[in-house]
Design a protein around this ligand. Structure first.
Ligand code: NAI
Length: 246
């Protein structure tokens, strides 16, 4: 479905981003993975992709730093000769009730999740405009739509991504650039591993399908949005949440 395409996946070395990268690779894409650090796990993942014949490379970059983002984007473009698909997946949480959130907890979450998504998109948009072709998929969250106690900073950053997605879709639709957001519910990853079994039980009660999702559930939707099968979909926010927010 993505044969010969070049995809950038931020935070693509683990969790949901890794599942997206794997799904893209299975479908013929080459991959530029952006991660904060070149961990052993990240390097191993790149090697595994290469063994499968995928041109996969790792770029270390902190997406909240616009200079680092700009130089990573230049390097990726030079290495691959251009980019077709951008998945803004990197994100963090710093959960607490509002008065207990430090200024840093608020700043970091907005800086990585919202500003980081904007910086990375900004760095690739010119080449998409030049080619009159590009596809951007932003990973938001269902809490960006429904809100959540203990996650005011995170929900605000994810709601911001939705406004950003719709605006980019409108600003670049005539240039044949699509931009959509995916809003996962609770997905079993390192991010949710911090939850106690009791918390997971409580969460399951709120989910229509009665269970957490898997990174693969999200990856299937992202693959659809990245492919031409969704060529008439832009500015959309699609939930993949097991019916958590209906
Ligand atoms: P994770 O913690 O397993 O992975 C996050 C990735 O983002 C890592 O690869 C990390 O290196 C990267 N990252 C973090 N800060 C970065 C920075 N400053 N610069 C570059 N890369 C950075 O998280 P998970 O669960 O895979 O989440 C992926 C995305 O999905 C996030 O945006 C998250 O908010 C979103 N999401 C996750 C849900 C879940 O239940 N796990 C639910 C809804 C949304």
């Amino acid at each position: 479905m993505l044969k010969g395409k070049v995809a950038v996946v931020t935070g693509g070395s683990r969790g949901i981003g890794k599942a997206i990268a794997e799904k893209f690779a299975e479908n013929g894409a080459n991959l530029a993975i952006i991660a904060t650090r070149a961990t052993e796990e990240a390097k191993k993942f790149i090697e595994e992709l290469k063994e499968k014949g995928v041109d996969a490379r790792l770029y270390t970059c902190d997406i909240k730093n616009p200079e680092e983002v700009e130089s990573a984007a230049e390097e990726i473009t030079a290495d691959f000769g251009g980019v077709d698909i951008l998945v803004n997946n990197a994100g963090i949480t710093r959960d607490n009730i509002l008065p207990s959130l430090s200024i840093m907890d608020i700043g970091d979450v907005i800086d990585v999740n919202l500003k980081g998504t904007m910086f990375v998109t900004r760095s690739f948009i010119r080449q998409f405009v030049r080619k009159k072709n590009g596809n951007i998929i932003n990973i938001s969250s269902v809490v960006g739509l429904m809100g959540n106690k203990g996650q005011t900073n995170y929900a605000a950053s994810k709601a911001g991504i939705i406004g950003f997605t719709k605006s980019v879709a409108k600003e670049y639709g005539r240039k044949n650039i699509r931009c959509n957001a995916v809003a996962p519910g609770f997905i079993a990853t390192d991010m949710t591993d911090k939850l106690s079994p009791e918390q997971v039980q409580e969460i399951n009660k709120q989910i229509t399908l009665g269970r957490l999702g898997s990174p693969l559930d999200v990856a299937e939707l992202v693959l659809f949005l990245a492919s031409d099968r969704s060529s008439y979909i832009t500015g959309e926010v699609i939930k993949v949440d097991g019916g958590m927010y209906v």
